[in-house]
Design a protein around this ligand. Structure first.
Ligand code: ADE
Ligand code: ZN
Length: 337
């Protein structure tokens, strides 16, 4: 039988929590800063990496929004997406549902079409080159007001056939899901799937609001739901997918040591957890690294890995036939390894 890390690398998997702007590696940041003649406040790749020491979510977001300034053209967004998909391919990723933050780009003067057209081009090329399928999830920045999110939904109107869902990200504390009730209602009426970051830094109450007010299809993170036993039971009962991001949780001090990560506990409780990379260029690991380092730290067994990989497809927004095909591929892989 193969060792666990090799088994993890090879198992077919999907990524359900990935901010494409968070896959901007320092090398690519420098290349784009030169290509677009946009200044960045760093002299070297080493200096950038040294700046990636965060105490909390806001520390990270400040540097992450600054990094995004180098993205200027459709080609930049296409290149960004392709660089991510080639990493995902190396990790045996077969499908990804990627977040993007249009307001980060429209607020600095880029038309809405620049980011989305570039990303869609990269996604199409990744399917042709690697056979990786993908879907796009448009996130609203929760530190901005609701008017901005409503304008963003309006700008997305011509693209709705190419957008699978909407999400809610950025600074969680002080920006509860209820602040965005109207825009999420409008998104749902347009047939979009609903995701929201909740319970990363914010209290269990925000997870309740995501369920009861936004009517989410998935909770992004959800760690702090574990503080509320009744809420945890509800998430189990409803089979709610949680897109958990262990290395992100470590880097943003949601856990102080990976050994304290709740992934194993989540699985033992029967929660439908998945394993994801969030912002891999900033947090030190892509998809397979998140599985491997978490498995080592909290003692995930082979069966846990199989559960996580299956959850990544059954928790996706793929159609049932595609889900069944991927789950069968996992069963065949497990049989052979
Ligand atoms: N934007 C990018 N990564 C994020 C995270 N982990 N939480 C909230 N907003 C984000
Ligand atoms: Zn996230």
């Amino acid at each position: 039988m193969t060792d666990l890390a090799t088994f993890i690398r090879g198992i077919p998997k999907a990524e359900l929590h990935l901010h494409i702007e968070g896959s901007l590696e320092p090398e690519q940041m420098f290349a784009l800063s030169r290509r677009n003649k946009v200044d960045i406040p760093f002299k070297s790749v080493e200096e950038v990496r040294a700046a990636y020491a965060f105490s909390n979510l806001q520390d990270f977001l400040d540097i992450y929004y600054q990094g995004a300034n180098v993205l200027q053209t459709e080609e930049d967004f296409r290149d960004l997406a392709l660089a991510y998909f080639s990493r995902l391919h190396a990790d045996r990723g077969r499908h990804a549902e990627i977040f993007f933050d249009p307001e980060t780009h429209t607020d600095r003067g880029l038309p809405f079409s620049v980011s989305i057209d570039g990303l869609l081009a990269g996604m199409k090329e990744a399917e042709a080159s690697f056979g990786i399928t993908s879907k796009l999830i448009m996130c609203f920045l929760r530190h901005l007001d609701e008017t901005s999110s409503l304008q963003t939904l309006k700008a997305a109107e011509p693209y709705l056939d190419h957008i699978a869902g909407v999400g809610l990200d950025s600074s969680e504390k002080g920006h509860p899901p209820s602040k965005f009730a109207r825009v999420f209602k409008a998104a749902k009426e347009r047939g979009l799937k609903i995701c929201a970051h909740a319970g990363e830094e914010g209290p269990p109450e925000y997870v309740h609001e995501a369920l009861d007010i936004l009517h989410v299809d998935r909770i992004d993170h959800g760690n702090r739901a574990l503080e509320d036993a009744a809420l945890t039971q509800r998430l189990v009962k409803e089979g709610m997918t949680l897109t958990v991001c262990p290395l992100s949780n470590l880097k943003l001090c949601v856990v102080m040591d990976l050994k304290d990560h709740p992934m194993k506990r989540m699985l033992q409780l029967g929660l439908k957890a998945t394993c994801n990379s969030d912002d891999p260029a900033y947090f030190g690991g892509y998809l397979a690294d998140n599985y491997i380092r978490t498995a080592e730290a909290v003692g995930l067994a082979r069966d846990d890995i199989i559960t996580l990989a299956k959850n990544s497809f059954t928790g996706s927004f793929l159609d049932p036939a595609s889900v069944a095909k991927h789950v069968a591929a996992i069963d065949a892989y497990v049989e052979a390894n």
